[in-house]
Write a protein that binds this ligand. Sequence first.
Ligand SMILES: Cc1cc2nc3c(=O)[nH]c(=O)nc-3n(C[C@H](O)[C@H](O)[C@H](O)COP(=O)(O)O)c2cc1C
Length: 366
Amino acid sequence: MIERRKIDHIEICYSYDVEFKNVKTLFEDVTLVHDPSPQINLDDIDLTVNFLGHKLSAPIIISAMTGGSNKSHKINSIIASVVEKLGIGMGVGSQRIAIEKPDLSYTFSVVRELAPSAFIIGNLGSAQLCLGYGLDEARKVVDMINANALAIHFNPLQEAVQHEGEPFYSNVLEKVKSLSLFLGVPLIAKETGSGFSMEAALKICNAGFSAIDVAGAGGTSWAAVEYYRSTNMGDENSAHLAYAFWDWGIPTAASLCEVKSVTNIPIIASGGIRSGIDAAKALALGANCVGLALPIIKLVVERGFDGVYNFIKTFINELKIAMFLVNARSVEDLRKSPIVITGKLREWLHSRGILSEIYVRRRGNL
Ligand SMILES: Cc1cc2nc3c(=O)[nH]c(=O)nc-3n(C[C@H](O)[C@H](O)[C@H](O)COP(=O)(O)O)c2cc1C
């Protein structure tokens, strides 16, 4: 049953248009101010960052996607080989399926076999914590891939509109608190495409999370994925609900600024990150890394290792050129470079009372 659902999700993601329709990430409202006389060479740019105690050769993480079937074993193998070669990070998909069916653990553990030195993030749903999972299950999933961190995903929208969803979130953060004390690896709070607000970020920090992956709106819409799934299953009611929430969420750039305005814990900016220029804008706004999912799954399926490898190499080159053009030798420099915020993002930040805070913080960085 879960196995079928996971396969459906992957097939729908590469067969249909599942991105937000009218809501964008709002990175289009961020301009990095061009410097025609950078005092560095393109080759001088150093993308290395330290994320949760691990050195990455570029601030890029392939977001959580899959595991639990033969097909996902193949997908995970390809992504793991790419991240190992490039020195970047990777999240695996929800490992619940391997707790329920331990014979499927190999579809996840292959990641550590093929990426022995990479930064690898395990994954469990917060709804599972509410349904009885605890420290034992969290330890099992961490050990399965020798994870460097564990992401707990928060996907209330998907659970609420999914045909067989489990929208159980009562006291979820209390359950996380006990995990964070005893698990032994950092916990990352992760959305799946609707973003975190500043209020949510404060709760998350109090619960003991060490980082937040904002996974905001503007990229993959999980309501869209569930809409197609319910339609294909002939469940008109669920399809109708999912359609109504297709564009629900906090745009990624807004979510990143909201979270950054209330906490200093590391942030992964994800949800609709599609180019190295998007990444440069996210890093300039204070993200520590960026994450991307949908473009990668499509490339793995259509073009295998070479497709994913070449895409990430180009993404890295775009990021480097954007940094060169604002005279930023490092990610640290990029955070101090001038930016202009216009349009809807400006309105959003103004109405949430954090627009001036962003400019003040940047000046403080200088
Ligand atoms: C095929 C697919 C499967 C996914 N499965 C998971 C999952 O198991 N756990 C999770 O936390 N997020 C999952 N996600 C969400 C992504 O990690 C990411 O947060 C989201 O897709 C937004 O990024 P994007 O716009 O780059 O796709 C999945 C995404 C895709 C495309």
